[in-house]
Design a protein around this ligand. Structure first.
Ligand code: C2E
Ligand code: MG
Ligand code: MG
Ligand code: MG
Length: 282
């Protein structure tokens, strides 16, 4: 079942999430309440250039802080939202809120928003994106929608049409968690992608495994040949940076540089000129 979800199943399973039925049922009820309340909010994780050290963009990441249960991971609640028909409404709110936040920042940076496969079957998706851009004034070319390979495994009516309309709006399409699926190569040549994100599972062994370095170099070459932007996610240590640089990868995202931050902290980071990361190893 998780295979059809838009969340990173490897990363999410690794964190030990179990969807036991009673908790799941409870979370579903609580989530319905949360959607109407204020318990869902967004954090933004910076994406930085390892050449200039500058923050070039952010990825919006959804958070749920339950008044009694505490923080609930998107690995757990996104699949529930997808299964019980709440993801469309949550997704529309996310797109609107992220565009609004990003349009208010000191200088224009890229904005990435995760979009579940289920949302591509929502006739409200394209109008929501269009209106969110219009209302906020965010340039469409700054917005990337992040999708996973599972989007292309779904039987989604009019998928090509929807993707075409989003393309016409001028927004980018990024393939998230690249390399964790099993048929990615076919899709990256067929779909109008603009960007691929190399999954963290290739970054984890990068400091000491020659094979992982070779794979990352190969993915980087492939992306370049196909004219796709490439981004590496989940960088946690300084030692992972040099192999990425050697592979010709410029844009990175990970706890080593920045954790996901509230919108106000992103605004402050950009406004103070502290947006140049000083942690980049020479
Ligand atoms: P993702 O889109 O692949 O997002 C990257 C995840 O990796 C985020 O987890 C982020 O906090 C985490 N991460 C970033 N850098 C590091 C690092 O250096 N080390 C480690 N260990 N983790 C790092 P998060 O926020 O828990 O989200 C998990 C997944 O939930 C996301 O994976 C995405 O699939 C889904 N998700 C999150 N927000 C949304 C949303 O608004 N809509 C949808 N449909 N899915 C979302
Ligand atoms: Mg993902
Ligand atoms: Mg993502
Ligand atoms: Mg990912």
């Amino acid at each position: 079942h998780a295979k059809s979800s838009g969340v990173n199943r490897w990363q999410c399973f690794r964190s030990g999430m179990e969807l036991e039925p009673i908790r799941r049922r409870m979370l579903e009820l609580e989530l319905r309440r949360a959607v109407r309340g204020r318990d869902l909010y967004l954090l933004y994780q910076p994406q930085v250039s390892i050449l200039s050290g500058e923050v070039i963009g952010v990825e919006a990441l959804l958070r749920w802080q339950h008044p009694h249960l505490g923080a609930i991971s998107p690995c757990e609640f996104i699949p529930i939202a997808e299964a019980c028909g709440l993801i469309e409404e949550i997704g529309r709110w996310t797109i609107r809120q992220a565009c609004k936040d990003a349009a208010g920042w000191e200088r224009p940076i890229r904005l990435a928003v995760n979009v579940s496969p289920k949302q591509f079957a929502d006739p409200g998706l394209v109008p929501t994106v269009g209106r969110a851009l219009e209302t906020s004034g965010l340039a469409p070319s700054l917005l990337d929608l992040e999708v996973t390979e599972s989007l292309f495994l779904h039987d989604c009516a009019d998928l090509d049409l929807t993707i075409g309309k989003l393309h016409d709006l001028g927004v980018g399409l990024a393939l998230d968690d690249f390399g964790t699926g099993y048929a990615s190569l076919g899709y990256i040549s067929r779909m109008p992608l603009t960007k691929i994100k190399i999954d963290k599972s290739f970054i984890d062994p990068l400091a000491d495994e020659v094979k992982a370095q070779a794979i990352v170099r190969a993915i980087s070459t492939l992306a370049r040949e196909l004219g796709l932007t490439i981004i590496a996610e989940g960088i946690e240590t300084a030692a992972q940076v040099a192999p990425l640089r050697e592979a010709g990868i410029e844009i990175v995202q990970g706890f080593y540089f920045h954790r996901p931050l509230p919108a106000a902290e992103i605004a402050a980071l950009l406004a103070t000129g502290n947006n140049v990361v000083r942690r980049i190893p020479a």
